[in-house]
Design a protein around this ligand. Structure first.
Ligand code: PBG
Length: 327
């Protein structure tokens, strides 16, 4: 039996907008969006990030308002990133598990004001490290197991403050298992792990590193983040993270890695998350500012492509804008 008959006319199902809606295969909804936010010390501060127009670093008091607005638009989760002042940075990232640190205070304040929103915290050393690397540096090398021990403390400290999920973005080997065990030992069996499993050594993170002043002070991240040319290796990372206890797995960046999202989707049944990263955001904003593209349409098309590729959830700086558009 032939799969298609030659009298089939696909345009029949595109004739009216009602028909098109009926056969639409992918829907982007507000439930798919995770909103990454930047918090800084101080009061009444809202600083635009130069390379990310319309995206701001907020002091805690103003961040709470921003998160409330996001929640009122229907956004179910935020991902929290801190701008740590230089005096708090050290090679061991000790500030990352300070119970009164910026992230910990922010989690508590958001939980008090917007208790229903899901708080996802970033687990990595780079914002806390004077070297801007995701691990402890000795003689120019990034130590693995010593770093993982700190990451476990950081994750427990974030859970103690009230984080709903922790998201290790560091790419050290074995960290998911160690973090899972540490959380369980401290009674946080209900706190989930979103593993940045396939995180590439990408040039698309540039604007984010501006936002957090966290660019590596020497070298690059290629000894821990993945080679941009690899795809089978992404599945190896995903396999390991799931075996170690990840509740969700992430592919990052998203747009230049739609093939990886698809492969991960086909490999696993647990939720797949895509990170529409800062450089992807900046490219759209810059071209739209010049009037060269239609920003709203491009944003919806871009995020829909990530869902179509197989991601269940998308971290995106466009979250609020999209939530408004979908209303
Ligand atoms: C660091 C981290 C990075 C991003 C999220 N967590 C940057 C990096 O790995 O250097 C990038 C996010 C973005 O570009 O939007 N652990």
């Amino acid at each position: 039996m032939p799969l298609y008959n030659l009298t089939n006319r696909p345009r029949r199902l595109r004739r009216t907008s009602a028909l098109r809606a009926m056969v639409q295969e992918t829907q982007l909804t507000v439930n798919d969006l995770i909103y990454p936010v930047f918090v800084m010390e101080g009061e009444n501060l809202k600083q635009e990030i130069v390379s990310m127009p319309d995206c701001y670093r907020y002091s805690l008091d103003l961040l709470i308002k921003e998160v409330k607005e996001a929640y009122d638009l229907g956004i179910k989760a935020i991902a929290l990133f801190p701008l740590v002042t230089d005096d708090k940075k050290d090679n061991e990232g000790t500030e990352s598990y300070n119970p009164n640190g910026l992230v910990q205070r922010t989690i508590k304040a958001i939980k008090a004001e917007v208790p229903e929103i899901t708080i996802i915290t970033d687990v990595a050393l780079d914002p806390y490290s004077p070297f801007g690397h995701d691990g402890i540096v000795v003689d120019g090398e990034i130590l693995n197991d010593e770093t993982v021990a700190v990451l476990a403390k950081m994750a427990v400290s974030q859970a103690q403050a009230g984080a709903d999920m922790v998201a290790p973005s560091d790419m050290m080997d074995g960290r998911i298992g160690v973090i899972r065990e540490a959380l369980d030992e401290e009674g946080f069996t209900h706190v989930g792990i979103i593993a940045y499993s396939a995180k590439y050594a990408s040039a698309y993170y540039g604007p984010f590193r501006d936002a957090l002043e966290s660019a590596p002070k020497f070298g690059d991240k290629k000894t821990y983040q993945m080679d941009i040319a690899n795809s089978r290796e992404a599945i190896t990372e995903v396999e390991l993270d799931i075996a170690e206890g990840a509740d969700m797995v992430m592919v990052k960046p998203a747009l230049a890695y739609l093939d990886i999202i698809r492969q991960v989707r086909d490999y696993t049944n647990i939720p797949v998350v895509a990170y529409n990263v800062s450089g992807e955001y900046a490219m759209i904003k810059a071209a739209a500012e010049k009037g060269w593209i239609d920003e709203k349409k491009i944003v919806l098309e871009t995020l829909t492509s990530m869902k179509r590729a197989g991601s269940d959830l998308i971290l995106t700086y466009f979250a609020k804008q999209v939530a408004l558009m979908l209303k």
